[in-house]
Design a binder for this molecule. Structure first.
Ligand code: NAP
Length: 320
């Protein structure tokens, strides 16, 4: 099969398309023929060598894919050859024609969702759901600010929060991004490139502040987020690319919480809950991943440049 291989950590160009042997499923494993693979920012951090979790070299990047089950190993009961599925983690990498996965990381892909949409579910939608309900404990009727709503996680969070009955505020950094976030269901959207956007956002809550903020760029925004929380508000730190100085008194004044999360820490029992909810959302149509760009597998280096550039408009996927 063809697969992207990384033989040394470094810039995007270290990702090369190579011919490698087809994997075969062992006990409890599923082999998926990939129709689309999702590109997430974390894969750029890993590829650069700067991330705390570094795979042994050489490796194939990626965890999110959607496709058709090609074969299953002994003991697999939940899926069979021919099933449409998406993956939330792989053993062998998702930027490839085939991926080997543990059975627990393979989930049904409803016929209403395309393969490209399925490739947008694993990391982004699971992050959004976990952040909202397992970390922030959001409930219907609350207000949420999704700070960075035009990307993979943000669009999912807007759709999921809206379907759950929250009042949804979002931000994006371009006119296209703002239009997209409104289209997928946010009640109100602000431009995070505008200096005064947090004051505007606060005013839009009538001065009460947000019950929940999902933060995609905490090193830039956390200090101001803490000043725009309602009493008992929670900020979930989803993304951060540096350090930040905060005033801890802002948390005291509101009985507020700063809650971190990494999908890598999610216990299996929580993962099962999250994916049951996501599959239901895909089936009912409340979760409709938006694809910003489809590129061939050979364009993996370009996809890593694009995913780290401003102007997100949904998910970038690679098509083998
Ligand atoms: P993405 O698709 O590349 O989207 C990035 C988002 O960040 C866009 O909406 C972008 O908006 C927005 N952004 C840019 N500048 C911003 C600013 N100053 N304030 C607020 N938002 C800003 O990435 P993603 O997949 O959604 O992931 C978002 C972040 O979460 C990344 O840092 C990623 O590494 C992290 N993440 C963490 C976990 C976890 O488990 N903790 C899981 C998944 C992702 P514009 O492009 O419109 O400016």
């Amino acid at each position: 099969m063809k697969a992207i291989r990384v033989r040394a950590f470094g810039p995007p160009e270290v990702m090369r398309l190579e011919e490698v042997p087809d994997p075969s499923p062992g006990r409890g494993q599923v082999l998926v023929r990939i129709r689309a693979a999702g590109v997430n920012p974390v894969e750029t951090y890993v590829r650069s060598g700067a991330y705390a979790r570094r795979p042994a070299l050489p490796y194939t990047p990626g965890n999110d894919a959607a496709g058709i089950v090609e074969a299953v190993g002994d003991g697999v009961r939940g899926v069979s050859a021919g099933d449409r599925v998406y993956t939330s983690e792989t053993v062998s990498g998702a930027y490839a024609e085939l991926a080997l996965c543990d059975e627990t990381r393979v989930h049904p892909l409803p016929s209403s969702a395309s393969y490209a949409q399925g490739a947008a579910v694993g990391v982004p939608c699971a992050t959004a759901w976990r952040a909202l309900f397992q970390r922030a404990r959001a409930v219907p009727g609350e207000t949420v600010l999704i700070h960075g709503a035009s990307g993979g996680v943000g669009i999912a969070a807007v759709q999921i929060a809206r379907a759950a009955g929250l009042r949804v505020f979002g931000t994006a950094g371009t006119a296209d991004g703002i239009a997209l976030v409104l289209r997928v269901g946010a009640h109100t959207v602000f431009d995070h490139r505008s200096e005064g956007h947090m004051e505007e956002a606060m005013a839009a809550t009538g001065g009460r502040g947000f019950d929940v903020i999902l933060e995609m760029l905490s090193n830039v925004n956390l200090a101001r987020d803490l000043k725009t929380l309602a009493m008992g508000g929670r900020v979930v730190v989803i993304g951060s690319r540096g350090t930040v100085e905060i005033d801890p008194r802002d948390t005291m004044a509101r009985d507020a919480s700063i809650v971190g999360m990494s999908l890598f820490n999610m216990p299996d029992a929580d993962r099962a809950v999250v994916h049951a909810a996501l599959v239901a959302g895909l089936e009912s149509g409340t979760l409709r991943p938006v694809i910003g760009r489809e590129l061939p597998l050979s364009a993996a280096p370009e996809s890593h440049v694009t995913v780290m550039s401003p102007g997100a408009r949904g998910k970038i996927v690679l098509v083998p």
